[in-house]
Every structure is written in C-alpha cells, then in structure tokens.
Ligand binder design. Structure first.
Ligand code: XIL
Length: 322
C-alpha cells in the first residue's frame, strides 16, 4: 500500500503542515514540485515576497516569482502565508543610496503594504506584517523604519495591512520560541499593541532549532501565554540543525525525536500551523548561510537530498496520525 501523503493526514486532522518554497525549484525540479504539492497543505514564499525581490526600482514591482508561489498554493488548495511586508533585511539594493526624508519613507512603506497585501487579498491567508523588530536583548531594533517613523511604525504597518486585506496579521520573530527575555519583550510589545487597538492577530515563532533546543515544554508554555493574550500562534520557519562540534552519533534520530516533541507540544498547546523552512535538505537556506559549514550541519528538514522522507518525516506523520 502506498502511504497516505502527509497533507491528507493533516487535512483530516484540520491542522497545517507547511513548507517555504523557492520559485526556481518549483519551476525546474519535478521532484521538488511533487513533494511540495503532495506533502504540504500550507506554503510560504521563502524570499519572493520580501521587499528586495519585489522592488527592482523605487516605483516598480516585479511580482513574477511571488505570483508563481502564491498561485501554486491557491491552485492546490493550500493555506498561504505571506512573508514579509516589513523587515530590516533583504531590502532592495537601491535602498541604501536613496536619500530619503522621513515622510518619503512613510509614503513608500504605506504604498508598499497597500499594493502587496492588496494584490494578494483573495489568496494570502496570513501575513507576517513585521519581521524581527525586536533585538536579541529585548529592545526595539533600530532600523530604517524605526529611525524614520519611530516605534509607531509597527502600529502603522498593521493598520495599513488591515486596510488592504482580511488576512490574519502576524508579528514574526526568531529566538522567541520559548519563554525567554526576547519572548517576554515581544509579549509586552504585542500586549501594548492590542491595548491600543492595533489589528494584530497572531505571533509567528520561527523556530530555527539547534540540537534539542529550545525546550519543547517551554515552547508550549510560550504558545499558551500568547494565546491567553488573545493571539493565534504559528510555527513559521521550523528546521533542526546541529552545531558542527555538537553532532550526536545518531543525528537523524535525535532530529526526529525533536520534531516529534515539538509537534506534540505545539498541537497540545493549540498551535495548529507548523511551517518548515524548505522542502528538502538539498536546498535548505543553512547551506548558503555565511557561517556554514563551520557552524551548522545542513540537513535540517523532513526530506533528504533525494527528496526521500527522513526519520523526522516519519515522526511528524506519527504525531499527526495519533
Ligand atoms: C532566509 C532565506 O531562507 C534565504 O534564502 C535568504 O538568503 C535569507 O533569508 N528569518 C526569516 C527568513 O524571517 O526570511 C530568513 O530566510 C531566515 C531567517
């Protein structure tokens, strides 16, 4: 008997298992396309909706790659996450040289959010409106957005997004998966926004994990407190790597155990969307990361080099079947 694909099991259970997608692989690699289609009921563009790829010049947009992924999701009845409207990284190359006033930044960002969120109004279910606004020490990160618009830029970004789309609006960050100083700061930030009536619906926890960290129980506790605040929680960029010097004897088993523990803890805590940051190890972002290969092993996903399912895949399947 051929095993039932993961997406069917997820559909039956009414939860979402997702993958970040790259347009080149989707167009040119049939194995990639097939896994993306069959195994996941949620997708997000890995890069194509970021400002850099979308904005070749100050007044133009190039939606080719973003459309390819969003339309693939819509055509195959998948939940589509949009990533991301406001971020300090992956801005267009011309941005650095642009001598702008604060007002021009405001107009530019508002138009960008209105245009991009508006274009995908019927197709994108959830947006990461703001990505990584909080620094590792819990203070607000100084970015071109905060410098021009002050701390209020987050409120404005969510308000502008809500003018253009009915999608659920998320704040997304890394290193805030468990209860810690950074997630405390994000909790306070979002609580303040909710108090001010800002239309924020959820928090995205990226969960780029290393070894068996962060602790799944602490992740569950974190999810619960955000839910008690009235926010939805999604795991948005999960992958599981190891520090080079700390690879266990049986990395694939340790990785599978961690995927299992996280999926169990998250589903129990009421987080029902878990997106992995890629389809297969062959094209994980960690292989292009500046520090790789000294720092990380580059096989963090559910499918291997040849698109075959790994022990982590079986572990996730077992949790969803349970
Ligand atoms: C990464 C992509 O995976 C890479 O292809 C790109 O070169 C850099 O960005 N946090 C995020 C994602 O929110 O957008 C990042 O994606 C990974 C870390």
């Amino acid at each position: 008997m051929v095993d039932q694909p993961l997406r069917e099991i997820a559909d039956e259970r009414d939860v979402r298992i997702g993958a970040a997608l790259a347009p080149g692989s989707l167009r040119s690699d049939p194995s990639y396309w097939k896994r993306a289609k069959d195994e996941f009921n949620a997708v997000t563009p890995e890069n194509a909706l970021k400002m850099g790829p979308l904005r070749p010049s100050p007044k133009t947009y190039d939606f080719t790659d973003a459309d390819a992924i969003v339309n693939f999701g819509a055509a195959h009845d998948k939940y589509v996450r949009g990533h991301t409207l406001v971020w300090h990284n992956q801005k267009p190359d011309w941005f650095e040289a642009w001598e702008h006033t604060d007002d021009q930044i405001r107009t530019f960002l508002r138009d960008h959010i209105h245009t991009v969120a508006g274009r995908y109004r019927a197709k994108i279910d959830a947006w990461d409106v703001v990505n990584e606004a909080v620094a590792d020490d819990g203070t607000l990160r100084e970015t071109v957005w905060s410098e021009a618009l002050g701390e209020e830029y987050l409120d404005l970004a969510f308000e502008w997004a809500s003018e253009a789309t009915d999608a659920d609006l998320y704040y997304n960050d890394y290193g805030a998966d468990a209860v810690n100083e950074k997630s405390d700061a994000i909790y306070d930030l979002l609580e303040g926004m909710l108090d001010r009536g800002v239309p924020v619906d959820g928090v995205g926890l990226q969960l780029h994990a290393l070894g068996d960290h962060p602790d799944p129980e602490s992740i569950a506790e974190n999810i619960e407190r955000f839910r008690e605040l009235g926010l939805d929680v999604q795991i948005t960029e999960m992958d599981v790597a190891f520090h080079r010097g700390e690879v266990p004897d049986d990395p694939l088993e340790v990785q599978a155990d961690y995927y299992r523990d996280v999926f169990e803890a998250c589903l129990d805590a009421g987080c029902e969307t878990i997106v992995t940051w890629g389809v297969a190890d062959a094209s994980t972002w960690l292989r292009g990361f500046a520090d790789f290969p000294e720092r990380y092993t580059g096989d963090p996903l559910l499918f291997d080099e040849r698109y075959d399912p790994k022990p982590a895949y079986d572990a996730v399947r077992a949790v969803l079947e349970d």
